[in-house]
Design a binder for this molecule. Structure first.
Ligand SMILES: Cc1cc2nc3c(=O)[nH]c(=O)nc-3n(C[C@H](O)[C@H](O)[C@H](O)COP(=O)(O)OP(=O)(O)OC[C@H]3O[C@@H](n4cnc5c(N)ncnc54)[C@H](O)[C@@H]3O)c2cc1C
Length: 378
């Protein structure tokens, strides 16, 4: 039997009101071998768990903005179209509601500064604003392994060899990412025939590809770096104001540029102009007339943005044989359990690693459930 894939629908307010979804989503699921099932916008409180239980997979389709009221904020001037009907079902909100219905809570905007350990057992966390949260059953950290063991836990609970292993994890390349908002669709040079393509990899020549990685290894930039251009708005026009489009352009880059990560800060502005010029070679209508917004993130920015992206590695740590699979992040803690009782590690530093897969979280949850004697896998 084909896997049943639930697709969240938009709510259309015309008469009569409709739960609707573009054909592209349905066809994509069929082409990928799934059985698409449209999820109507019914009350997530009452039905999210039941709907999810009947599915093998879930695809949250694109759409308008989440109503800021859902997370206790006032609308901003840039707020687009909202749909309370749809918000009532979407998974993140439904998950929060399900957690709260079971006596749990979700706290955001609060950085954890310490994991509380007593007699070798994880007992809770302390946030930077001094609040203490006690753990009834377990503490699960979706953090970088370095941050967990080198910053958040008192040394006396840790074997120095484990701390050393955390210190030694190796990172891979980082990225330079350019975001460009356009007032019209991107138009590639006609000979490429790429106007309808959402995601293009543009490796130039094989010689450029090889030379670029050789330069990265030495900590240098490569002017004709193999790069990608992604334009999601070609598939989902609701992600930009009417008629507008967004290009996401990126390529790998070393974190330490010419020996120092700070070099990136010094070249950010000229780099933005240079990257735009490069895009223009392929997409000539990216000009002053059409560009309504632009921003660049260098490896230094990516590292500063999120402690998970240690040294700018968007996978947390390198996917190399010595720290992949059963060896991720390193032997001894590669099965989500840590030497501290009731403390678990998940996310990009655990198998199968970085990316938006949900797999480390699912695997870790199964491990926690098994330890609690509630099913899962031993
Ligand atoms: C520019 C860019 C493009 C990418 N493109 C893709 C792509 O196309 N496809 C793909 O699959 N992946 C992509 N990735 C990679 C992907 O985003 C990551 O691998 C993934 O998010 C890792 O998930 P995670 O749960 O391990 O960490 P995260 O998603 O980073 O979650 C960790 C969270 O913990 C929070 N945190 C950190 N420290 C603390 C603390 N002390 N207390 C409380 N909270 C804390 C962080 O703020 C963060 O929200 C991209 C990443 C970047 C930067």
């Amino acid at each position: 039997m084909r896997p049943r894939i639930g697709l969240t629908a938009s709510f259309r307010y015309e008469e009569p009101p409709a739960h609707a979804l573009e054909d592209d989503y349905v066809r994509a699921v069929v082409q990928a071998g799934g059985l698409p099932l449209l999820l109507p916008n019914i009350d997530g409180n009452a039905h999210a768990a039941g709907l999810l239980a009947s599915l093998d997979g879930l695809l949250l389709t694109g759409g308008g903005d989440v109503d800021p009221a859902c997370y206790g904020q006032l609308p901003q001037p840039v707020l687009g179209h909202v749909s309370p009907e749809r918000d009532a079902l979407e998974l993140p909100l439904a998950l929060v509601r399900a957690l709260r219905a079971h006596g749990g809570d979700v706290v955001t905007g609060a950085r954890v500064r310490e994991i509380l350990v007593e007699d070798g057992v994880a007992r809770g966390v302390v946030t930077e604003d001094g609040r203490r949260f006690a753990a009834r059953q377990a503490v699960v950290a979706g953090l970088h392994v370095r941050q967990l063991f080198l910053e958040l836990i008192d040394d006396r609970w840790l074997d120095p060899r484990l701390c050393e292993a955390a210190r030694q994890v190796r990172t891979g390349l980082s990225e330079v990412v350019l975001h460009v908002a356009l007032s019209e669709p991107p138009r590639y040079r006609p000979e490429f025939g790429l106007d309808a393509v959402v995601h293009c990899h543009l490796p130039e020549t094989m010689a450029d590809l090889v030379a670029a990685y050789a330069e990265y290894r030495k900590g240098h930039r490569y002017p004709r770096a193999p790069f990608q251009i992604v334009c999601h708005t070609l598939l989902d026009s609701r992600r930009a104001p009417p008629g507008g489009h967004v290009l996401n352009v990126g390529h790998y880059a070393p974190y330490e540029l010419d020996g120092r990560p700070e070099t990136w800060a010094a070249i950010r502005e000229p780099l933005l102009a240079e990257e735009l010029e490069r895009v223009r070679e392929y997409v000539p209508n990216v000009t002053e007339r059409t560009v309504v917004g632009k921003a660049i993130a260098t490896p230094l920015d990516i590292a500063a943005y999120n402690p998970m992206f240690y040294r700018g590695d968007i996978m947390g740590m390198a996917h190399i044989p010595s720290q992949d699979g059963y060896l991720r992040p390193f032997p001894g803690i590669s099965e989500y359990r840590t030497p501290i009782a009731h403390l678990y590690l998940t996310a990009a530093c655990t198998y199968p690693g970085g990316s938006i897969s949900g797999a480390p979280g699912r695997n870790c949850a199964m491990t926690v459930l098994a330890d609690l004697g509630r099913g899962g896998v031993p």
